[in-house]
Design a protein around this ligand. Sequence first.
Ligand SMILES: Cc1ncc(COP(=O)(O)O)c(C=O)c1O
Length: 395
Amino acid sequence: MAVAMKFMDEELARMKEEGLYGNIRTLEGPQGAWVRIGGKEYLNLCSNNYLGLANDPRVRQRTKETIDRYGVGPGAVRTIAGTMDIHLELERKLAKFKGAEAALVVQSGFCGNLAVMPALTGEGDLIFSDSLNHASIIDACRLSRAGSVRYEHSDMEDLRAKLRENASSPGRKLIITDGVFSMDGDIAKLPEIVAVAQEFGAITAVDDAHGEGVLGRGGRGIVDHFHLHGRVDVEIGTMSKAFGAVGGIVAGSAVLIDYLRQKARPNLFSSALTVPDIAACAAAVEIMEESDDLVKKLWRNGDYLKAELKRFGFDTGGSETPITPVIIGEAQAAKDFSAKLFENGVFATAIVFPTVPKGTARVRAMVSAAHSRQDLDFGAAAFAKVGKEMNLISD
Ligand SMILES: Cc1ncc(COP(=O)(O)O)c(C=O)c1O
């Protein structure tokens, strides 16, 4: 290795010493309530497959049929030759589902943020960003070259104060927030953000990655949850979580989407979403439109596991959604907790810095509609056993 590359060895050794090195496990089969790792089945409490659609037979069938008609690859970026009629059909379905005028699909939720912020803001503009926003939002803000102003997490007084301080700045102002905060499971105060934005003439954008398929009527997302249709300028989202596949969404006015088709760099410079992804996402939207049974089951499961973990004495933070963090503190302790859960048949990854602030390392339990009550009891019992062994909870 070139001497100039040696810094990587040192950094990896430091990460291992501080318990920040991630041990990535390999799944040997599909996503589901249980997953196969190293030839054994483990209860899966760490995927974002909220509705269990990642391996749904209806989704698989639709994907196979679409591959037979369209092949697999889009062949190009959308603006050159990569737009297929199935891309447009999916966008129409998504816009209707979310109650927006129009939608654009991109390659991932991460790309959704990269599509929006640099297209709507630039040098001389200001982006007001919640301090717990997802990394893709942070990177998108940096790429935009706009000034970034962090406001304290969900603190509307701080947001208002920061906008007031910068009121005379001549550029555009944009407020961006996660809809559901991915590591804590709390919900953004979107109605208040919209009101503050109106007061200061700012654009509003919400990244609804963990709200789609979870919040609102039949999983229509945070805008629907708060009845804010037409009042949030940009909804960003992902089809990698509740939709069970992969792909990013941007929804909003017809003009916004027309503008982004021409300006958003992931749309202009990266090949389109693949055929199987489009087919799977289209099938997922149809399933969600047909019935809200899966969304209801997800919430029942989330409420049940959270109540059980609280009953055992765990700190589940301020979660208001099925995302259930079990806050442990130090990174190494969270990793030990996760390793012991694994020994007890439960796959629940430790989440440590830089994904969460130092000292707030956690094991995040993600339930899905695919889990049965017995599965959740099995998981809760393993948490209790390990919690007692590590003296995190009492007998
Ligand atoms: C809030 C938020 N935005 C964006 C993303 C990225 O989504 P994707 O995995 O589709 O790129 C995530 C995924 O973890 C997320 O939690």
